[in-house]
Design a protein around this ligand. Structure first.
Ligand code: NAP
Length: 492
């Protein structure tokens, strides 16, 4: 079964040329059993420099092409992704541990992103602005040149596509650095992109350490914008480096999202949505609903059902179709999640279910962690404030809507929120009061490429997706066309 995941060769893509990275090497580990999948040699600052200078040359010609010509290339990339869908999904399952169902959805989403951005590009209109004098005024969008894209390990192909597709659509070259732990599917995507016939030099895929390859991309004078998805601490570092260059950035960062159940909620639907919201992807999701707020009056009944449902979740290998909770991305990350739970216990938290690694030989070598529910801690506790990025749900209760909203908003993050109620007025009222870039009402973790995505507060800066997503990768320029026949009167 595992052999069907085709492992890419130890080569990186530097501006159209495949070659072994000239930097340090790292092993890509299968988190299901700790085995080494392959070795990848990293990109160095010199590789980044070459990718950026050749990218700048390639983008000059690419940016002049007509929108439908660029769109045709994006469709070819989407065709390539769809043609290799199963292979890509299996590879990503090996590299990240995620279930095949999830990685298949991420691959489909990556192809969909290229198609959507192709369509958005073909229908992207420039604006004629309302004249306020004797000029015809318009605003046009131009390519930036070379865009840096830095992505995390949790959903590689989808987050890569979310940056590469709009950046290419806008006429740029892209230098992508995937996460050190999960470079393989990004390299496989790079093969598809080169095989699609995209002009060489437009896309480079440079795996390596964030502090080496990532930092070199961010600081390179030839990189005109960085689009970053990852943790808030790294995002802040990148924002500082960008400030020095006065370079625009898009930052999609961490979260600690509240899920709120109201007294009138459909309990069965709410439990299903809450389980999916926190335990799918083993909780390694920026938008995971990790803080659950229950009305005190129904908390006991709700928790009893929730805990039983959590205990029934099937933990296993990502390639087993029955698996709901797969291993975490890396043993080191599993240990970090376990450390959070131990600190929650020490602080008086009550672990209602989970709280350890699963027992049994099949789990022995994998980075597994049990789906966990913790009660009895205040919203101000580190467990409720820090992003654990694992299958750990904290439960809190409330009696009053104002207090609920205040505590739901009492977080440095503002990424997402879930509301479970049958009353649309309650949903509307509370949705508008919550600090979050996305609010799901009677659903959770649903995504549409046509719907803009962004974070408030320390969850990010800028917006991805949506028809205007392409504009984020452009420089806007305004043109005034003078219509007066006579010379300007000021000159007499
Ligand atoms: P991370 O540690 O911030 O790493 C993200 C990427 O940045 C990796 O490629 C990393 O390289 C690189 N990096 C690290 N230091 C860097 C530096 N100094 N300069 C440039 N690049 C650098 O995040 P992660 O642990 O991979 O991912 C989990 C985080 O991503 C969570 O906080 C999660 O919430 C967030 N996330 C947010 C969204 C969103 O849309 N808001 C989506 C998914 C994930 P290495 O591979 O060497 O570490």
């Amino acid at each position: 079964m595992l052999a069907e995941a085709v492992v890419p060769a130890d080569e990186i893509l530097v501006a159209g040329e495949w070659r072994r990275g000239s930097g340090a090497e790292s092993k890509s580990i299968d988190p299901a059993d700790g085995s080494v999948i392959t070795t990848v040699h990293h990109a160095t600052a010199e590789d980044v420099d070459e990718a950026v200078s050749r990218g700048a040359e390639a983008s000059a010609e690419w940016g002049r092409r007509l929108p439908h010509e660029r769109a045709r290339h994006l469709h070819r990339i989407a065709d390539g992704i769809e043609g290799a869908a199963e292979r890509l999904a299996r590879l990503q399952t090996r590299d990240t541990g995620k279930t095949l169902k999830e990685t298949s959805a991420l691959v489909a989403s990556a192809a969909g992103t290229f198609r959507y951005m192709a369509a958005a590009l073909e229908t992207f209109d420039e604006e004629l602005t309302a004249p306020r004098g004797s000029s015809l005024t318009m605003s046009v969008h131009e390519p930036i040149g070379v865009v840096g894209a830095i992505t995390p390990w949790n959903s590689p192909i989808a987050s890569d596509a979310q940056k590469i597709a709009p950046a290419l659509a806008a006429g740029n070259a892209v230098v992508l650095k995937p996460a050190e732990w999960t470079p393989l599917v990004s390299l496989a995507l790079a093969r598809i992109i080169t095989d699609s016939g995209l002009p060489p030099g437009l896309v480079s895929v440079l795996p390596g350490r964030g502090s080496v390859a990532g930092d070199a991309i961010v600081r390179h004078p030839g990189v005109g914008k960085v689009s970053f998805t990852g943790g808030t601490t790294t995002g802040r570092l990148i924002a500082h480096a960008a400030a020095d260059k006065l370079m625009p950035v898009t930052l999609e960062l961490g979260g600690k999202s509240p899920t709120i159940v109201f007294e009138d909620a459909d309990i069965e639907a709410a439990i299903a949505g809450i389980l999916f919201g926190i335990y799918s992807s083993s909780g390694q999701s920026c938008i995971a609903g990790s803080r659950l707020f229950l009305p005190s009056a129904r908390a006991e009944e709700f928790l009893e059902r929730l805990v039983k449902a959590v205990a029934r979740l099937r933990i296993g290998h990502g390639l087993d179709p029955a698996t709901q909770v797969a291993p975490l991305v890396h043993h080191r990350h599993r240990d970090s999640v376990a450390g959070h739970v131990e600190r929650a216990r020490a602080a008086g938290g009550e672990v209602l279910v989970g709280g350890g690694v699963p027992e049994g030989d099949v789990y022995a070598d994998g980075a597994y962690y049990l789906p966990t529910v913790i009660a009895g801690l205040d919203n101000s506790s580190p467990t409720c404030q820090e992003e654990i990025f694992g299958p750990v749900l904290s439960v809190l209760t409330y009696d009053d809507e104002d207090d609920l909203v205040a505590r739901a908003n009492d977080s440095v993050y503002g990424l997402a929120c879930g509301l479970w109620t049958r009353d649309y007025r309650t949903a509307w009222r509370v949705a508008r009061r919550i600090d979050a870039g996305t609010v799901w009402i009677n659903t959770y973790k649903q995504f549409s490429i046509s719907t803009p995505f962004s974070g408030m507060k320390e969850s990010g800066l800028g917006t991805e997706k949506g028809r205007r997503g392409i504009a984020e990768y452009t420089r806007q320029k305004s043109l005034y066309w003078g219509l007066d026949e006579a010379p300007h009167p000021w000159a007499g």
